[in-house]
Design a protein around this ligand. Structure first.
Ligand code: ADP
Length: 546
């Protein structure tokens, strides 16, 4: 027997309809690419998104077509998402931090028909446009006054383009499983792989993200999504915020510490989210200026492990609660968040910080297990490592065009490629990417633990641990360090600081200092590049033995 409830497909335009109808005056404030702050609201965003939809249709864009965006977080980018998906076309967020060759590869792979682009990236596209044959038209996200002279095909200023539509348009209707968005993983090994979100998965994910033990968003929040819309759906915030009727502040292209501080302070931001490198810049700026964060209540930090020192500074110095989170492009992207369950309510000080080093527990809609190489569950004791596997309605079941099929297991689990532990209360902790883990004498050493410990040293800005070949142990850890500006330290300073804080056999065999550690387009340490850089490196003891 079927239930007798209404058939109400979970389509993304319902989110902006809801926001416009019940929170229409709530502001969306942007530091525009042109410079000035621009204020819009949900009613206006919806009105203009309808014009985007209507105008795309006039240009012949249909259900299932891909529309690329190469753009920062702005109100126009938000309008574009709702407009594109409102006719059943697919927004394909392209990460501008990728190498031009990778951009060419993914735009061709996705066969995007239209490219919406911010002023910042027009020169980049002009250089590669002849290699993007599927793009029929470039829409520059600006107005006539700022429209540059450009060689881009059929280029038009966004404001002129939508002015040709009257907005008298009705969203299209289709199945909720229709594709809505597309995002390629950065492909640190092999080619990038396309993840294809559906209207249903994005809507469910946004509801999940808003819940109190996830991001706890409400209409009373002022949300600053620093994490870009081209990085895994900006962790859902461009959908979750309108769903909740929260005020949104968009940072545009300026993500340096001073610019972010200015937005946090001026607009009394209560909640924000980004990768650790962004917060490193903010905290360094605050340290310099002595400014405080009286309005900010909580910050979600994920994408890479959040260093303990960062959590401590946010909480102890600025009174801002840190929510450590883990996720993946393949998961829309939220997988787990570290909020405090009653089991840990009594923790404080260092014990609470220890808990917050974990990536947390999954919200409803994410199922998780940790398995050994034979596929057996490992004990939930917070110590045993295993491969982290997930499933749920906002988890990918395949990559675009069926590539990378080995990650999708026959029993419905997706192998994340991460190695993790699970504690008795269901708190997951990432110890490594499976391909980065250091295998020493048959045992695993967590590079994340070593890195977290090293960045706790007051002179260390960034640390990366990699395995280097060792004749007896197969691999031993080498610690690569970037010092804070103007600081100096020796190998023994660093090792002395780490002594006694990790198992003896985990201690790095050597420390090297570099000016810079290579990063991926999503801000992660590029371990593969680093391993290559230190390919011919010999550990001190090894040289002596030869
Ligand atoms: P990419 O395109 O770089 O793969 P993703 O954001 O999809 O971008 O990367 C997901 C991966 O990032 C995870 O599989 C995990 O290895 C890492 N990651 C994300 N959040 C955390 C975290 N809080 N701690 C440690 N690693 C994390």
């Amino acid at each position: 027997m079927l239930g007798l409830m209404q058939d109400w497909p979970l389509l993304l335009h319902r989110i902006i309809d809801h926001a416009a109808k019940f929170h229409g005056e709530r502001k969306v404030i942007t530091r525009s690419i042109e410079g000035p702050i621009v204020e819009s609201n949900y009613a206006q965003i919806r009105g203009r998104a309808l014009k985007v939809a209507q105008r795309l249709e006039q240009d012949g864009i249909k259900l299932g077509d891909r529309v690329a965006t190469l753009a920062w977080n702005t109100w126009r980018h938000m309008e574009a998402w709702y407009g594109i998906t409102g006719i059943g076309a697919i927004y394909h967020t392209v990460n501008p931090r990728l190498f031009p060759d990778q951009i060419i590869w993914i735009v061709n792979h996705a066969a995007d028909r239209v490219m919406m682009v911010d002023l910042t990236f027009v020169p980049l596209l002009e250089k590669i446009a002849d290699k993007l044959p599927t793009i029929e038209r470039y829409i520059v996200l600006t107005d006539a006054a700022h429209m540059p002279q450009t060689t881009l095909k059929n280029a038009v200023a966004y404001e002129d383009w939508i002015a040709q539509a009257d907005g008298d348009f009705t969203w299209k209707s289709f199945d909720e499983n229709t594709a809505a968005g597309m995002c390629y993983t950065s492909g640190t090994t092999g080619n990038p792989k396309g993840v294809l979100y559906s209207h249903r998965s994005n809507t469910l994910h946004s509801m999940m993200a808003a819940t109190p033990d996830a991001m706890a968003c409400s209409s009373r929040d002022v949300i600053l999504p620093v994490v870009p819309m081209f990085h895994a759906n900006c962790w859902g915030l461009a959908l979750t915020a309108p769903m909740c009727g929260a005020t949104v502040v968009m940072p545009g292209c300026k993500m340096d510490g001073a610019s972010i501080y200015e937005l946090l302070d001026t607009y009394k931001v209560s909640f924000t989210a980004a990768v650790p490198t962004v917060w490193l810049m903010l905290l360094q700026d605050l340290e310099k200026t002595g400014a405080k964060l009286p309005h900010l209540k909580r910050v979600v930090i994920g994408g890479s492990a959040c260093p303990r020192a960062m959590t401590k500074t946010f909480q102890d110095v600025y009174g801002v609660e840190v929510i450590h989170a883990w996720g993946m492009t393949e998961m829309s992207p939220l997988g787990s968040l570290c909020t405090v369950k009653p089991d840990y309510a009594d923790l404080g000080g260092d014990a609470l910080l220890d808990l917050q080093m974990k990536q947390g527990h999954p919200p409803f809609g994410v199922d998780m297990r940790i398995a050994d190489d034979a596929g057996r569950d490992v004990p939930w004791d917070g110590k045993a490592f295993g491969r982290l596997k997930v499933r749920g309605p906002a988890v990918a079941k395949s990559y675009y065009k069926g590539e990378g099929a080995e990650a999708f297991e026959a029993d419905g689990w997706f192998d994340t490629g991460d190695v993790a532990t699970m504690d008795p209360h269901g708190y997951m902790q990432i110890t490594d990417r499976a391909k980065d883990v250091i295998k020493s004498g048959g045992e695993w050493i967590s590079t994340i633990d070593l890195e977290n410990l090293a960045v706790g040293h007051p002179k260390v800005a960034e640390a990366a641990a990699i395995g280097v070949t060792h004749p007896k142990w197969d691999e031993r850890p080498l610690l690569v360090i970037v010092l804070k500006k103007g600081e100096s330290a020796t190998r023994d300073d660093i090792l002395g600081f780490m002594q006694g804080k990790v198992a003896k056999w985990w201690m790095p065999d050597d420390v090297v200092f570099v000016d810079e550690i290579p990063h991926t387009a999503t801000g992660k340490i590029q371990k593969m590049a680093l391993r290559k850089q230190f390919e011919s490196y010999r550990l001190p003891g090894v040289e002596a033995a030869e």
